[in-house]
Design a protein around this ligand. Structure first.
Ligand code: SAH
Ligand code: DHB
Ligand code: MG
Length: 228
């Protein structure tokens, strides 16, 4: 088969561009969120637009009224998720970096979502116990997208803060295929592999993971449902 593409990444970018132009129209709030994040020097690691739309559709399908996100960055995925909620819905997103949290708060305000979405600053392993102590949850959906080394802890916390029928989604679980082999020197891969082991052993979770390619490279997404 002949191809106009120099390499796989060019081909993946072209398909993401095709899909996104037709099905994922950008709007001012999303475009401004990415522009403000870049302007503030945040790393360009938000979910791709078509991935954000996938999160949105999953949250809508779930009928979610409450969402927990771990790893906010500039709030791009937060906007997609919060837009799935009804006017009286609630999203809490946890971010370690005060600078990232400030950018995200401004982006959420610009998107008109600051009454629905709240950014909490701090290491998630410190803020999650506070959420529990407040009696927050159960959340209908949890999106885990922070420091990958803590993925097993985040899934354990997600289990505590959800109910049967809730959805737990984890970003970046494939990392160019690295997940399939032990990488003792890469704590991110080790953490994600420990998370897979934990989920495999956990009768309260029914899960799968899929590999993805696109503008974010070769990676993947894990989806787990809390069983009845
Ligand atoms: N979900 C975002 C991207 C998140 S990038 C999006 O798709 O738009 C990962 C974020 O997790 C970064 O902002 C990083 O500062 C944050 N993070 C890293 N370690 C963390 C921790 N221990 N607790 C909470 N957030 C953390
Ligand atoms: C990284 C983190 C992410 O959440 C992501 O989607 C892509 C890359 C990173 O830390 O490199
Ligand atoms: Mg991610």
């Amino acid at each position: 088969m002949s191809t106009a593409y120099e390499n796989d990444q060019d081909r993946w970018n072209a398909v993401d561009g095709y899909v996104t132009e037709l099905l994922v129209p950008a709007d001012d709030a999303l475009t401004a969120a990415l522009a403000a994040s870049e302007e503030a020097g945040l790393p360009p690691i938000a979910v791709a637009p078509n991935q954000g739309k996938l999160l949105h559709l999953l949250a809508v399908t779930q009928g979610a009224r409450s969402i927990l996100e771990i790893g906010t960055l500039g709030g791009y995925s937060t906007i997609w998720l919060a837009r799935a909620l009804p006017a009286d819905g609630r999203l809490i997103t946890l971010e370690y970096s005060p600078a990232h949290a400030d950018v995200a708060r401004a982006n959420l305000a610009h998107a008109g979502l600051d009454t629905i979405a709240e950014v909490r600053t701090g290491a998630a392993l410190d803020t999650l116990p506070k959420l529990e102590a407040e009696g927050a949850g159960p959340f209908d959906l949890v999106f885990i997208d922070a420091d990958k080394v803590n993925n097993p802890h985040y899934v354990a916390w997600a289990l505590k803060l959800t109910r049967p029928g809730s959805l737990i989604i984890v970003d970046n679980v494939v990392r160019g295929g690295k997940v399939a082999t032990p990488h003792p020197d890469d704590p991110a891969i080790t953490g994600t592999r420990e998370m897979f082991d934990l989920i495999a052993r956990e009768p309260r979770l029914d899960a799968t993971a899929v590999q993805t390619v696109g503008t974010k490279g070769y990676d993947g997404l894990l989806i787990a449902r809390v069983t009845e």
